[in-house]
Design a protein around this ligand. Sequence first.
Ligand code: CMC
Length: 446
Amino acid sequence: MPVRAPADATVPSPDPKRSLTVTDQRTQREYILAIEDGAVRATGLRQIRTSPDDFGLLSYDPAFQNTASCRSAITFIDGDAGILRYRGYPIEEIAGRRTYLEVSYLLIHGDFPTRTELDDWLHHITHHTMVHENVKKFMDGFHHDAHPMGMMVSTLAALSTFYPEAKQIQDSVLRERQIHRLVAKIPTIAAFAYRHSIGMAYIYPSNDLGYAANFLSMMYRPSWTTGYDPSPVLAKALDTLFVLHADHEQNCSTSAMRTVGSSYADPYVCASAAAAALYGPLHGGANEQVVRMLQEIGSKENVPKLIRQVKAGKRRLMGFGHRVYKSYDPRARIVQKVAESVFSEMGRNPLIDIALELEKVALSDDYFIKRHLYPNVDFYSGITYQAMGFPTDMFPVLFAIPRMSGWLAQWQEMILDEEQKIARPRQLYVGPPERHDTAKPASRPV
Ligand code: CMC
């Protein structure tokens, strides 16, 4: 007969109707684990031991495929149904209707701002857009062909040296000040990285322009003029793309932000770590790879060849698939509409026809159907950015600018969460057992 394990002080007493009963076949002991919000606590497994000196059972989850690392009230995703909500609001209701800075406020503060709160927020963001003159000198040190994402990762970390007060992460006033700075300065850093790469003078922020329009001005304004009117259609399209990229719960870069932040590092170095994670081609670098892939395909006739290569496991279809979405990424649908508005202003990007053909072929192919692989946000965003005139290596940077709000919202939530501690996963050691160094060491000068 299974015996019931003695109650463990570290495990909350389970309500029998919301519990999981497991039997350890090694010992025939039975354990009852509480189910809270659809999860059992991994630490609850530690009571499952074969002997008093046994460490206790661990859960093994490489790449956190089935492990919730936090409770969060910011972003909700239902990957099967293709639902994305920020603070409860469906993305379809927000994108195109609310500005990026309103959404940024929503993510960070929990609600859309009132008129007064918005004025205050806009005032702070607008007045923190400048960077210290030494930041320019720092950026001047990069090689002319440095990837702008590399420049951004480094410059975000360098900001930490300009604002030592940022270390005081428990001070809510100082925390809010760093939030203003990071949201405000990231477009300036992004645009400076671009201007540096083409050897053109940096354009300072214009406080009379909106967030997206000011970014376009810093990117494209000729240095010999002071007046520049960014196209309202492009500014609106970019602002909507910013809204779509603002947060996406516990993705790779956000997890990096939280993990580094859990050691109480300041938000600048945390944001740099998050941007580094975003840089990879499986995450925010995918938009760049999609365009390179479409250019390589060259014409619709070559789509079947690429599909064959993907199915043979020789390459991945970039911009397809997602850890959470197992249906159409709702952001990808909205990006398609934004793309049309950009094309109406700038002319049609011919890569869109290859992309549409690729999507059509893939969505009717068994390989993709069985694996639930659908276009993600990156599939159409690169084509849209390209039509707007952005160079390909700026695409991940364009993802990083708005994701700053999500990173900061999640970082602040983590700091205020009493359950959080320094992130420190366990491992399953598979190396050699204890052994002894008895061989004569090769003598080398020390
Ligand atoms: N092309 C071809 N096969 C794929 C793809 C793809 N894009 N994505 C997944 N698969 C296959 C994969 O080979 C595996 O097949 P099998 O079961 O036969 O081994 C199966 O689908 C499951 O894939 P996985 O690698 O276990 O899935 P994951 O959750 O670890 O990876 C992903 C998610 C996004 C990294 C992956 O789908 C991928 O590499 N996609 C291409 C890169 C990309 O578009 N990234 C942007 C993600 S959305 C924006 C963001 O938030 O960053």
